[in-house]
Design a protein around this ligand. Structure first.
Ligand SMILES: [Mg+2]
Length: 204
């Protein structure tokens, strides 16, 4: 029987994100106003997150679409500096780290994944993850959940899954996971649900 396991989404759970500073900084370096500059990425954001473009192609395309007047390095910095750590979650997860295997399941890109792993201490709680840009499929589809089950040898019935998006929660529930639909405002409810699950699973 598989051990009880904790699996988490990333954005709006472990870290918050806000593209507004990126829009402002991009607008300073291109002819497009900050109000519309992010819309220029509409056609490439999802293909990039689903692994149909690599980091280099995305940066090249992003710089071309915005007529970005800076270096690739500057573009990458602006694109990545949109996050902030959820300190309440860091505290909760640090308390269970080492007691239960912990993994990530995220729709994300190579640039963002590399950035958040090297920037935020909360990721030290996690051993590994499944990411849409590598899996070439994304939530809320079932395929990426099945890949995650297989990769980490999960028993969904013994796995706690947290995500902020309801369609992802619905897929996870359908596959048998114990789920929690997270928002920053519901952090104490999350702690309660996690504590109950720990007792049920006999995690000290
Ligand atoms: Mg999320």
């Amino acid at each position: 029987m598989s051990a009880p396991t904790f699996v988490s989404d990333v954005g709006k759970v472990l870290i918050d994100f806000d593209f507004a500073p990126a829009a402002r900084r991009l607008a300073e370096k291109c002819p497009h106003p900050e109000e519309i500059v992010l819309a220029l990425f509409d056609g490439i954001k999802v293909p990039y997150e689903n692994g149909q473009m690599d980091d280099q192609e995305f940066v090249r395309e992003g710089m071309r679409l915005t007529s970005f007047a800076g270096t690739a390095e500057e573009f990458i910095t602006i694109w990545c500096e949109i996050f902030s750590e959820n300190l309440l979650m860091k505290k909760s997860l640090t308390a269970i780290a080492g007691k239960v295997p912990m993994y990530l399941l995220s729709n994300t890109s190579g640039l963002h994944k590399d950035y958040f792993w090297r920037t935020y201490g909360i990721f030290e709680c996690f051993a590994d993850g499944v990411y849409s840009h590598q899996a070439r499929c994304s939530k809320p589809g079932e395929e990426i959940f099945r890949l995650t089950i297989e990769k980490f040898g999960l028993d969904p019935l013994r796995t706690f899954y947290v995500d902020d998006l309801m369609p992802n929660i619905e897929t996870a529930s359908r596959l048998g996971f114990r789920t929690f639909h997270y928002s920053f405002a519901k952090h104490s409810e999350f702690e309660q649900a996690l504590a109950e699950w720990r007792v049920e699973q006999g995690i000290g």
